[in-house]
Design a protein around this ligand. Structure first.
Ligand SMILES: [Zn+2]
Length: 243
């Protein structure tokens, strides 16, 4: 099985996620012809409401960026009220499952418990606003909790569970909650820029890589430094011409 998340800081958990992904893929193939259960009616938010909520989700993503986390932020909105919000907490908790959505879903469940409300009834009327397409793990959690609508910014080409890698959001997967609708592309460029900013900077929580620096014939006076972090990973960076 090809490991899709080799960049995770936790190799054991990475393999576990790969196993879950593979199991989901097999289940989808087996159940492709099954009948999807009826979904409850849901009023779609107005564009102006979406703009308001997604902006607040971006505030959470910025907070993640400022705290050395992959900049993803989200809100869970029920009856025009924020009942959960989150940002990535993977590095600070050293727990690769603490994605923004999982943090927010925990808050939603606490909100329901405190008010003695049925989580299923609440989640069925709750919209998730998130800056990046939910990954496969989070999409599966959203299905299981019956979240009907997800509004997100940019696509998640590496781990996306709403069509980019797997279509956990809308595929026929019986006995795994209900499928959900996605509205993509809100402030997508801003989401991508934040991710680029994060990946350009040094990650202080990453394990020390084995670095090999080879000076290769410098074109036009520039110096190319080749950085190798492992057998599969090789990249080079061109540094400004030496004066
Ligand atoms: Zn996720």
């Amino acid at each position: 099985m090809r490991c899709i998340s080799k960049t995770l800081l936790f190799p054991d958990l990475c393999c576990f996620i790969c196993m879950v992904v593979d199991s989901l893929r097999i289940l989808m193939e087996m159940q492709a012809d099954s009948v999807e259960p009826e979904k409850s009616d849901f009023l779609q938010p107005l564009d102006s409401e979406i703009q308001t909520w997604i902006s607040k989700a971006f505030d959470m993503a910025l907070e993640a960026l400022e705290n050395g986390e992959v900049p993803v932020g989200c809100l869970m909105v029920y009856n025009n009220e924020i009942i959960g919000k989150g940002r990535n907490e993977v590095n600070e908790t050293k727990n690769a499952t603490r994605h923004a959505e999982m943090v927010a879903l925990d808050q939603v469940l606490d909100w329901c418990r405190f008010r003695e409300k049925d989580p299923k009834e609440v989640c069925e009327q709750t919209v998730l606003y998130v800056t990046v397409e939910p990954c496969i793990m989070c999409a599966a959690a959203l299905r299981l909790l019956h979240i009907p609508l997800v509004v997100y910014g940019c696509k998640n080409e590496r781990f996306g569970g709403c069509g980019s890698v797997l279509d956990v959001s809308s595929d026929h997967i019986p006995h795994t909650g209900t499928s959900f609708k996605c509205i993509a592309g809100y402030k997508a460029e801003e989401a991508v820029e934040m991710l680029k900013t994060f990946y350009k900077q040094e990650n202080p929580n990453a394990p020390k890589p084995k670095v090999r620096k080879d000076l290769i014939s410098p074109p036009d006076g520039a110096v190319v430094i080749q950085v190798k972090r492992g057998p599969q990973d090789e990249e080079s960076e061109t540094i400004a011409p030496l004066s």
